[in-house]
Design a binder for this molecule. Structure first.
Ligand code: NAD
Ligand code: MG
Ligand code: MG
Length: 334
């Protein structure tokens, strides 16, 4: 394993951020986690939000100073853009660009807008990325528990000559250095992230769950059994894989389950699924996916809204909503 591009707390110098103000734009999944973790790491943070933002009260209650996006962008020596990827270009033009003075560090948590040239930062500023490999809520929770979510970091533009160390300090400030910070490029982060969420984590996993659930229900089985078997238990298996790898997970399941796993899994994810994965990756690399997603947003996101609506009506959501009510320890809000 390469070790010259992987960093930990001991390699990061948080004092690089002393005397600087970090502006976190957005207070959603990633925004709240970055702002609060940096603050707890002793960094001077301001949050940039729309004037009517519902998150303003939450951020202020957590002791953060909240400014309008444009004011935060010009106040920050380091400006982290944690707005939805599809909104970044328009907000950049209208409210961020003017405030980014030469010598500042512009940061992103995903390579999309830079790699697909939706934002063209001016020369004279550093441009970097700190992309946690986990949802924002975990980035916050793990930090509070003294742990950290692994992060990818990258430098796209190094005007100051110090961009690497500054980006690394930021990544450590949100807790990444407690786990691992791997240095990569905007291109590789962006393409692997899109592939992972489309083929495996989100697209692949949700379709696998729905297909399994539907197969059992169509065969006449109780939908509650189908829900527990195909959705609820997935977390228990995923947790084992996360902690011990695939073979470690297999150690914990019964021999019957392990034999079924090894003899049947490849039928579910066979040649056709692997060819689909390859095609999905091709469309990411060629920019075809980015073009489609940008066009969808320009057109007002109607088909995105329609697909969301349709998916919410699926039987697995209805039955799951009922069953989760009896498990009050689950965080069921979204
Ligand atoms: P989010 O949707 O949870 O939050 C976005 C924030 O931006 C909210 O505070 C929202 O109110 C604000 N906002 C939305 N539209 C706006 C506008 N037009 N003007 C000003 N503010 C606006 O987003 P997120 O999931 O935290 O994603 C932020 C970035 O982090 C993205 O680049 C994403 O790819 C990246 N990222 C997300 C995750 C994740 O788990 N959610 C993981 C890694 C990286
Ligand atoms: Mg992503
Ligand atoms: Mg079983």
């Amino acid at each position: 394993m390469r070790t010259d591009d992987i960093f930990y707390d001991k390699d990061a110098d948080l004092s690089k951020l002393q005397g600087k103000t970090v502006a976190v734009l957005g207070y959603g999944s990633q925004g709240h986690a970055h702002a609060l973790n940096l603050k707890d790491s002793g960094v001077d943070v301001v949050v940039g939000l729309r004037p009517d933002s519902a998150s303003r009260a939450k951020a202020e209650a957590a002791g953060l100073e909240v400014l309008e996006i444009a004011d935060a962008a010009s106040r920050g020596d380091v400006v982290m853009v944690l707005l939805p990827d599809e909104k970044q270009a328009e907000v950049w033009e209208a409210e961020i660009a003017d405030g980014i003075a030469p010598g500042s560090l512009l940061l992103f948590a995903h390579g999309f807008t830079i790699h697909f040239e939706q934002i063209l930062p001016p020369p004279g500023v550093d441009v970097g990325m700190v992309a946690p490999k986990g949802p924002g809520h975990l980035v916050r929770r793990q930090y509070e528990e003294g742990r950290g979510v692994p992060c990818l970091m990258a430098v796209h533009q190094d005007a100051s000559g110090d961009a690497h160390d500054l980006v690394l300090a930021y990544a450590a400030g949100i807790g990444g250095g407690r786990a691992a910070i791997i240095e990569t490029t905007f291109k590789d982060e962006c393409e692997t992230d899109l592939f992972g969420e489309q083929a495996v984590l989100c697209g692949g996993a949700s379709e696998l769950v729905r297909a399994g659930f539907e197969t059992l229900v169509e065969a006449g089985y109780d939908p509650r059994l189908a829900y527990f078997e195909c959705l609820h238990e997935l977390k228990l298996i995923a947790d084992l894989m996360y902690e011990k790898g695939i073979q470690g997970m297999r150690y914990s399941i019964s021999n019957t389950a392990e034999y079924g796993d090894m003899t049947r899994g490849k039928r579910v994810i066979g040649k056709e699924s692997r060819a689909a994965m390859k095609q999905i990756l091709d469309q990411i690399q060629s920019g075809e996916f980015a073009k489609e997603w940008i066009a969808e947003n320009r057109a007002g996101g109607e088909s995105f809204d329609r697909m969301r609506e349709e998916a919410s009506g699926h039987q697995v959501e209805e039955i799951g909503g009922e069953l989760r009510k009896t498990m009050p320890w689950l965080d069921t809000d979204f």
